[in-house]
Design a protein around this ligand. Sequence first.
Ligand code: ATP
Length: 324
Amino acid sequence: MRLRKLEMQGFKSFADKIELIFDAGITGIVGPNGSGKSNIGDAVRWVLGEQNARQLRGSRMEDIIFSGTQLRKPLSFCEVRLTFDNEDGALPVDFSEIAVTRRVYRSGESEYYINRNSCRLKDIVDLFRDTGLGRQGYSIIGQGQIHDILSSKPEDRREVFHEAAGIMKYRARRDEAERRLENTRRNLQRLCDIMDEMELQLEPLRVQSENARQFLTLSERLKDLEINRFLRLSGSLGVRTAHLNERARELTEAHGAGERDRIRIEETLGEHRAALMESDEEVGRLQQQVMDIREQLSQRRSRRDVLTERLERMQSENERISAE
Ligand code: ATP
């Protein structure tokens, strides 16, 4: 595995996009003080996952973004990409070239990529574990760090040798396994607590279960009884329905006979009405005759009175003449 290329944009003093190609034979970068040599090391450290701003010689992570000069405005983000040759398969992925990229915005948002595929910081850390390239690997030793390593505690020094010897991977797995074991132990404890709790609930649950069983038996019995009651009711209702049907038939027949009688009576009534009308007419005619006769009688009475009066007058005339 060889370092092929380092690309930076907006990282510390490198405002413009810059590409450093590490062809065979390059052993160092030289330049005047403050020209940005250490910034290159910081960029490598950062893209490999450094999270501590102080390790990058800043106080906040934002300090790694180009902060501007008198002639140039600050940038809003920075990006570093590190490309390795993986022809020898030293990195555990099926690519002959691996590029890891890290980008950060002033808002604090971070992005990580392996071969331009978005990934997590953990994926990058895992990729370089035990290659010596990791964030805390021995391959990047900053100014003054050699002195620190030599003078630090033996345990801290051992970390560096472990990383170099490639046993960090196994230590990480052991730590992970111990973490999982601890989790399982905690889960087991929780399960025991739950079981204790459930055992306390066992007796009330047994009573509840017995009640439920009785309820089911009684429900079955109630269902049987209700079915029997329904069947019996339905039998007696059948007999009653037959009676009622018979009665309805009789009533229908009676109604038919009554209807026929009614028609007959209405016919007779019609005949009588016609006869009555004729009688009324006859009475009218007779009344007219009575009135005519009364009229004639009245006229004749008047005539009789006139004649009677004339007769009396003639009798008295006759008497007078006889007397004379
Ligand atoms: P020396 O040899 O003295 O250690 P060097 O070549 O390693 O120097 P660096 O320390 O890498 O130089 O670079 C320091 C320069 O980077 C300074 O000029 C500083 O102003 C510039 N610098 C650091 N951070 C930023 C930033 N965020 N924005 C712009 N410039 C920055």
